[in-house]
Structures are given as C-alpha cells and as structure tokens.
Design a protein around this ligand. Structure first.
Ligand code: GDP
Ligand code: ZN
Length: 330
C-alpha cells in the first residue's frame, strides 16, 4: 500500500480536527516533529514530547504495512487540557525511501524532511568499498539533498590495502575523515552536522555506534523505546533513532539498515543520479541512451578519455543498471 494514500485519508476523512470558532482557551494548536515510531504509538516533539496512539485506522489490515508518517514528519496537534489530538500532517519537503523486502515491493519511507545524508564507511576493517559507497550516495541524490561521506577508522589508513584516496572527493562530495577511536575529525563532523537534520547510513562494522558515542556522550544509553512494529508489519518498519547533538543538530541513525535500494530508481533515470554524468548525457546521440554500448554516447566517450575517477563510478553505474534491470533487492 502506498503510504501516501494513508496520509491523504488521514487528512481527508475527517481526522483533521477543526477547532470551532471561539473555542475555549483550554484548547491550543501546536506543531511538532515525529521523533519515534513504535508498534502502535508514535512520539512527537514539540514544547515537550507527546507519545500518542497511532490513528486506529492505520493499525489493522493492509495499513499495518506502513505507518502514515515517519520520523521527521511534521504534524499539528490540538491540545485540550494538555491531551493531544492529531489534527494535521504537513507536506514533506523530501523523503528518504527504499524498496522494502516484501513482494511485490512496497515503498518504505525511512525518514522525512532531512537536510543531508551522511554515508559512513571505513578505510579498513571493513576495507573501503567504493562500489558500496556509490550505492549509498544514491539515497541523497534521489531525494535531492546534500550527500556527504564520513570515512572512519582513519587511524588505520597506513595499514590499509585500499588507497586512501577517496574518488568521490573530486566529484564534489564532502569527505570527512574521522577516527572515532582517537577522536580525529570529530570536530569537523560536528560542524557538518550542526543546525540540520542528517540521516546516517552505512554498513555495520564501520564504527557508526562508536562515532555516535563520541558525538552524544550518553548515546550508549540511547534507549528510546523504539522497536520495529510487531506482527506482520515487522518486515516493513525501519528503525530510525533520533539523536539530538549537544553541539546542535540532529542525527537520524539507521541501525541495521540492510536493504539500501532507493525507491524510484529506474535503469533509465540512473545516470541522472550520478552528478558527474548529468552534464554529459545531454550530449549523447540518442535521447534514450543507456550509456552502455550505444553509439555516440558522451559518457562512454568521457570514460575513454581516461579520467580515473569516472572509470570506477561508471563500473558502479553498469552494475547498478544491471541489478535494476533484474529487479534485484539490494
Ligand atoms: P557499527 O557496527 O558501525 O556501529 O560499528 P561499531 O561502532 O560497533 O564499531 C565496530 C568496531 O570498529 C569496534 O570494534 C570498534 O571499536 C571499532 N572502531 C570504531 N571506530 C574505530 C576507529 O575510528 N578506528 C579503529 N581502529 N577502530 C574503530
Ligand atoms: Zn549515453
């Protein structure tokens, strides 16, 4: 089911409360942001945190597959003697969504209204994986938000087999080199995270938890009672932890995010999400060029001209293209 449908129903079917004219002063409207989704409840942060039951119509049947809103959504509440009622969902400025693991695939929205996506990888243990990073960066590209790269375990760079050169840096992606172990680069990371909501994505083992413990000293205690939805909804709910940084900004952590295929990627639009190809493809001979073996392809021409950064990215492009054609889950 398309979660957007749920949103529309919520707004159209009268869950939207209208405050009568001259309402008594005990009622007031407030706006807030969803910071946690539990199995049957959600928490909104406003002047304080309110935990409320999810609207009943979303708990049963196919709607159990998704919730009508996700972490980062903005809502309006009406407080009647401090008892909150949901009155409005605001439009999203963006959403980060992926292909869920159910068949047929459903769109699974991870978070809404983020300002940036930070892809966390490591230079070693596990080794730097450019091809994986190319996939992670698609989250920011598809959503149209800034994508940055945090390469952790930089203290191991001397021993690493992988080249410490990050091919994405010349392409315009900001790269922050950190050692969560030693504290190097943490100040720079803090400054990148300040004054915005950043979604952190990355494979396990790269040191994301260790980084978060540096950024939020009490993160080891981050026991927001968030759990995946129970029952049939379990495969379709993504855990997202909202973490306020003491130095300003919010990090949305995605522990255990295994499937990372962004929703909305098609073989034919893939090249648009490789910023360095975007300018080239206008010069392709055919408008529906797939940039693989077509004559007059400007991308292939640029690759042949020997720009080393492009070759690896193009390799990723071809692999992702093939896996989209096969409709693989990744
Ligand atoms: P996560 O799965 O991404 O949350 O990774 P963890 O934070 O659990 O870290 C995985 C392992 O890497 C642990 O043994 C950490 O001690 C280690 N680790 C994390 N950050 C660094 C770092 O900057 N340098 C080194 N050498 N090890 C690190
Ligand atoms: Zn082409």
């Amino acid at each position: 089911m398309n979660p957007d449908t749920g949103r529309n129903q919520l707004q159209n079917e009268g869950v939207q409360l209208k405050m009568p004219q001259g309402t008594s002063e005990r009622k007031r409207r407030i706006t807030g942001v969803v910071i946690a989704i539990h199995s049957q409840k959600f928490t909104i942060r406003s002047d304080r945190d309110y935990t409320m039951a999810l609207p009943g119509r979303f708990k049963k049947g196919p709607r159990q597959l998704t919730t009508p809103f996700v972490v980062g959504d903005r809502l309006e509440l009406i407080l009647d003697e401090n008892v909150p009622t949901l009155s409005k969902l605001f439009d999203r400025k963006n959403e980060i969504s992926r292909v869920g693991s159910l068949r047929p695939p459903i769109k699974q929205i991870i978070a809404a209204n983020v300002d940036a996506v930070i892809c966390v990888v490591s230079v070693a243990e596990p080794p730097f994986n450019s091809r994986l990073l190319d996939r992670l960066l698609l989250f920011s590209e598809v959503a149209g938000v800034t994508g940055s790269i945090c390469v952790n375990k930089w203290d191991l760079v001397g021993a690493a087999d992988a080249s410490p050169l990050i091919p994405h840096e010349p392409l315009g992606y900001r790269v922050i080199r950190t050692s969560a172990l030693l504290g190097d680069g943490i100040e720079e990371l803090r400054s990148v995270l300040r004054n915005r909501i950043s979604l952190l994505v990355g494979p396990s083992g790269v040191g994301k938890s260790t980084l978060l413990n540096r950024l939020v000293p009490e993160a080891g205690l981050r026991t927001l009672p968030i759990s995946p939805s129970t029952g049939r909804g379990v495969h379709t709910t993504t855990r997202v932890d909202w973490l306020d940084l003491p130095t300003g900004g919010v990090v949305l952590d995605t522990p255990g995010l295994r499937h990372i295929r962004p929703w909305g990627l098609e073989p034919l639009n893939l090249a648009h999400y490789f910023p360095e190809f975007r300018d080239l493809i206008r010069d392709c001979q055919f408008r529906d060029c797939r940039h693989r073996s077509e004559p007059g392809c400007a991308v292939i021409r640029a690759i042949r001209s020997g720009i080393p950064e492009l070759a690896g990215r193009y390799d990723s492009y071809c692999r992702i293209f093939a896996s989209l054609e096969r409709d693989e889950l990744w």
